[in-house]
Design a protein around this ligand. Structure first.
Ligand SMILES: C[S@@+](CC[C@H](N)C(=O)[O-])C[C@H]1O[C@@H](n2cnc3c(N)ncnc32)[C@H](O)[C@@H]1O
Length: 253
């Protein structure tokens, strides 16, 4: 299962995925992520790791928040995505690796980000959380953003199936992952985080990614829908959820 998911991701992001991610407008998603980043207080010189960095979206926001007093690192499996990231974020360092084996010493990072990533690497969830816990300092922050809300996605997928709007191609599985799994249930993600000694500080429900997609497709007209969509921030009406957690103790003690 793990290999299959990894290969599907690579196939997708090395082909059409990198163009889609690097060229799309993410205005609402940036506003949403900034709200989460506001919760992060890091001492100068701290290292920040963005896993599945794509085109370096979270690192750009983090650089502005920290005003340059930090080492920014991005990891991704896709060479093409990393090429885009290098073009966008000149000050950051990028490595081509799988998120579950990060080439960083234990307890050296102040923050680890997974933005729109965990549901793409669904199979080894425990390994990814364990690896984040390993590299984070005590009191370090874990930001998991834009995960599909299983309840809403499950309901939408039910109607998609009824209407025959189901993606047929196995090759686009990476991008359609939540169609098959409906997303990671928030309760089981929180339970896992607690097992790895994380305290969840904040949970946000959002339709920001959908609002961006509408803006990309409809231009200014999208504002009419987005006004309502962006006010729907609860488990019953939001397509995604995000959370910020903080590492409680050292596992190396
Ligand atoms: C939806 S994109 C999100 C990119 C970026 N975080 C953003 O928000 O723009 C998912 C990214 O995760 C990367 N990815 C998928 N599986 C991965 C893995 N096992 N390890 C590291 N990166 C992975 C993909 O190559 C892709 O760049």
């Amino acid at each position: 299962m793990k290999r299959k998911v990894l290969e599907a991701n690579l196939r997708y992001y090395e082909n059409e995925g990198w163009q889609r991610i690097s060229s799309s407008n993410r205005r609402q998603m940036a506003a949403h992520l900034r709200q989460l980043i506001e919760l992060i207080e890091l001492p100068a010189g701290t290292c920040v790791m963005d896993v599945g960095t794509g085109a370096g979206f979270a690192l750009s926001l983090m650089r502005r928040h920290l005003r340059g007093y930090s080492t920014l690192l991005g990891a991704d499996i896709s060479y093409k995505m990393l090429q885009c990231a290098k073009g966008n974020e000149k000050e950051a360092t990028f490595v081509q690796v799988e998120g579950e084996r990060l080439p960083i010493e234990s307890e050296t990072c102040g923050a680890v980000f997974f933005v729109s990533v965990l549901h793409h690497v669904y199979a080894p969830l425990d390994t990814l959380v364990a690896e984040s816990a390993r590299i984070l300092c005590v009191k370090g922050y874990l930001v998991i953003a834009q995960e599909p809300n299983r309840f809403v996605n499950g309901a939408l997928n039910y109607f998609r199936k009824l209407l025959g709007l189901w993606p047929a191609e196995e090759t686009t599985m990476a991008e359609y992952h939540q169609f098959k799994t409906n997303g990671i249930p928030i309760r089981s993600l929180i339970a896992r985080l607690e097992q790895f000694d994380f305290d969840v500080l904040k949970i946000h429900y959002t339709n920001a990614a959908l609002a961006d997609e509408l803006e990309n497709k409809l231009g200014g007209w999208a504002r009419v829908f987005n006004f309502f969509l962006l006010h729907l921030q609860n488990p019953l009406c939001s397509l995604s959820y995000s959370l910020v957690a903080q590492k409680r103790t050292s596992r190396n003690q």
